[in-house]
Design a binder for this molecule. Structure first.
Ligand SMILES: N[C@@H](CCC(=O)N[C@@H](CS)C(=O)NCC(=O)O)C(=O)O
Length: 308
């Protein structure tokens, strides 16, 4: 049984809980003080959860403060592997870092995760906590003029929208793709497209999910949309509609893609090779499709929706 298969019960995919959930805080309570040069973020460009952390790091100008190690997009039974020994952690495989922190760990060793150079141990693989920590606890190291992605007055609404987007869209595509029974698949696809329809409406009148300002909610949504037509539509059978069939959502995705933080962290080669080659339970031949042919640089025309 593969590790993902262990997470399927009754034909539905249930994601494993995050193993490491220590918090990095500005005041150091909990033993992991925020600060430059101490933490290493371990990611795959293929992984949507990891891409969110890369986008936020870049939007906030935390590239100098938090270093990054990138794994090879193809995973075999040994899990994620670095292309050569990671120069900071010294690891060849991500699992070495998980096992160093917890020798009894037998779940999936996932990206993104954060490693502390001081203790030489993993701190967290809790992906929402990683972006929120960068947005709040690392404020002292943000670049001048960096956006406030998690403004206090909007937090309850951002959290609420993120919750729906997480269950039906971000994780919804996985529930559809990894389902092994018709019922859970149907349910996941219906919920996914119901939310996309709602978001299409919402984005027809607003430039971003919360109006004129880019927030954590946009960062959470984008990586799923960026992978939609290339992977989820075919590989995960999310094929009621393509992203390009949604005028507002598609233009919104291109609007985000036109910025370096989104564009430079979107690697279609890593994305396609990872999903189609690694997830053999869904695609036994491992063949990577050539398409789709999509013009990501087509003008998005969404400046007109901004009031500022
Ligand atoms: N931390 C979450 C989300 C992160 C996640 O699923 N990352 C995937 C890549 S997109 C991963 O690292 N998978 C490793 C594996 O399945 O062995 C989880 O444990 O499910």
């Amino acid at each position: 049984m593969t590790t993902v298969e262990k997470e399927i019960s009754g034909g539905g995919f249930v994601r494993q809980p995050n193993r490491f959930t220590a918090r990095i805080t500005a005041d150091g309570s909990g033993g992991h003080p925020a600060g430059p040069g101490r933490y290493r973020l371990l990611v795959s460009y293929a992984c949507p959860w990891a891409q969110r952390t890369l986008i936020v790091r870049r939007l906030l100008g935390l590239e100098e403060a938090i270093s990054v190690g990138v794994v090879d997009p193809i995973r075999d039974e040994r899990g994620w592997r670095f292309p050569g020994p990671d120069p900071v952690t010294g690891a060849d495989f991500l699992s070495e870092l998980y096992l160093a922190a917890d020798p009894s760990f037998d779940g999936r060793c996932t990206v993104p995760c954060v490693w502390d150079a001081q203790t030489r141990l993993l701190v967290t693989n809790d992906f929402p906590a990683i972006t929120i920590a960068m947005e709040t606890e690392f404020a002292a190291w943000h670049a001048e003029g960096a956006p406030d992605l998690y403004p206090e007055r909007l937090r309850p609404e951002i959290d609420e929208l993120n919750e729906r987007i997480y269950h039906t869209v971000n994780n919804g595509v996985y529930k559809a793709g990894f389902a092994t029974a018709q019922g859970p698949y149907d349910e996941a696809v219906d919920a996914l497209f119901a939310t996309l329809d709602v978001l299409e409406e919402r984005l027809a009148h607003r430039r971003y999910l919360f109006g004129d300002e880019l927030t954590e909610a946009d960062v959470r949504l984008y990586p799923t949309l960026a992978r939609f037509d290339a992977v989820y539509y075919s590989h995960f059978k999310c094929n009621l509609r393509r992203l390009v069939d949604y005028p507002a959502l598609w233009a919104y995705t291109r609007d985000l893609y036109s910025r370096p933080a989104f564009r430079e962290t979107t690697d279609f080669d890593h994305i396609k090779r990872h999903y189609y080659v690694t997830q053999r339970m869904v695609n036994p031949s491992g063949i990577v499709p050539k398409g789709p042919l999509i013009d990501w640089d087509e003008p998005h025309g969404r400046e007109r929706l901004s009031r500022t």
